[in-house]
Design a protein around this ligand. Structure first.
Ligand SMILES: *Cc1c(COP(=O)(O)O)cnc(C)c1O
Ligand code: SF4
Length: 384
């Protein structure tokens, strides 16, 4: 039996010195003891003057919450720590740029019923909760996540499920939020049961960052529920290899044993994971634990997250580096979710160096991951 608390409990901050391993292991305890105010970080981190000021500035917009588990992964004296930067506010969040959108993906505009976005014909995104164990500073749904007044009511969720049941072209439902694992086991079971009863659904997906921020939530009881409705496709959100501590990997293993199919949606973040070595190392570790890198997402044009954005070239260079150094199962798609509700498009490095017409069609010169060149004759079938 793997001990879900083992990793981060051993490195818990001095603030939690007297906490027992049983308390640390309880997700209820972790939720109730989330760090929210600057004073909560005494004995956890040395906050910088800028960070303190940022707490005050963001309190009415996008709140701060950090689980003790996630706080234990942070470097106490390094403000550039990649874990810390994802969860502790910075003053850059207050900067406003004219190109930013409050709802960059036009998720609200594509809602046939409240709480459900139906953009692609076959897929629907269902929002169950606006709460998350940790509020990621780079969240693209800052406009509503962390705001308790906009959470979906039971009635609203019922109506959204009715819409899915009445729309046979939907084959794939993505349960999202916020974080849907904020709901109780009983409520999740009820919703999964209702969705499984819809005969036209091929795929039920669940998007959650709990394996990263609150791995204690992945209890045996939850795994039992998920296995009852297997296969549930779970997309999680690891951004850095140092998030894959033993507690988190044990959670992944438990989900795999429950018949879940695991994928990772990494967000490319400046100064956090925007270099090829970090992504390679993250993806290698994910594969070890049965989680396939699914997307590497370009950071959206949402308000207050522009300081996290990288040029597209950074992502393309990372993709170029991955190919040839890790198997195809470890190479995600690099995607931009187009502003205005255009949906996701994939960006691929350009491997073509030259193309010349020949008597058969075209001779194309490619480069491989080493930079060596190879010729391929593309046939013009119409001329045969
Ligand atoms: C991302 C997204 C999906 C799922 O897209 P996949 O590429 O299938 O993972 C579905 N609906 C909306 C609105 C989305 O933004
Ligand atoms: S877990 Fe997801 S929805 Fe919640 S704050 Fe982080 S990015 Fe946003």
């Amino acid at each position: 039996m793997t001990d879900l608390s083992s990793s981060s409990y051993g490195q818990r901050p001095s603030r939690f010195a007297s906490i027992t391993s049983a308390q640390w292991k309880s997700w209820h305890w972790q939720q109730q003891h989330r760090l929210r105010r600057p004073e909560d970080f005494d004995g956890v981190l040395e906050l910088t003057a800028d960070e303190r000021e940022a707490f005050a500035a963001c309190s009415d917009r996008f709140r701060v919450a950090v689980t003790p588990h996630y706080a234990a992964l942070m470097a106490p004296t390094d403000p550039e720590c990649p874990i810390r930067r994802q969860a502790i506010p910075g003053l850059a969040e207050q900067q406003v740029h004219s190109f930013e959108h409050s709802d960059p993906l036009a998720e609200e505009a594509h809602m046939p019923v409240p709480g459900l976005t139906h953009r692609y014909p076959d897929r629907a995104l269902l929002y169950l909760s606006h709460n998350c164990p940790v509020y990621c500073r780079h969240c693209t749904r800052k406009r509503k996540v962390s705001n308790p007044t906009t959470a979906a009511s039971t009635r609203q969720i019922e109506r959204a499920i009715d819409y899915i049941a009445d729309t046979p072209k939907i084959r794939d439902v993505i349960i999202s939020g916020g974080d849907p694992l904020t709901l109780s086991d009983a409520r999740l079971e009820e919703i999964l049961g209702r969705l499984r009863d819809i005969a036209h659904l091929d795929v039920i997906r669940l998007g959650t960052r709990n394996p990263v921020t609150l791995p204690q939530r992945i209890t045996e009881a939850l795994a039992d529920i998920l296995s009852e409705y297997a296969p549930i496709y779970i997309n999680t959100h690891f951004n850095h290899p140092s998030e894959l501590v033993p507690g988190a990997t044990a959670a992944l293993q438990r989900l795999v044993r429950a018949g879940c199919v695991l994928g990772n949606q990494m967000v490319l973040l400046r100064g956090i994971n925007d270099d090829p070595q970090t992504v390679l190392s993250l993806n290698r570790r994910l594969l070890r634990h049965g989680c396939r890198p699914y997307y590497m997402l370009q950071c959206d044009m949402a308000q207050g997250i522009t300081h996290f954005r990288t040029p597209l070239k950074t992502g393309l260079d990372i993709m170029d580096h991955l190919r040839g150094r890790i198997g195809g199962v470890g190479v995600p798609d690099f995607v931009i979710d187009l502003p205005g509700g255009g949906g996701k498009v994939e960006l691929v490095p350009d491997y073509i160096v030259d193309r010349r017409p020949t008597e058969y069609g075209e001779t194309i010169q490619f480069r491989n991951f080493h930079g060596d060149h190879f010729e391929f004759v593309d046939l013009d079938i119409d001329d045969q």
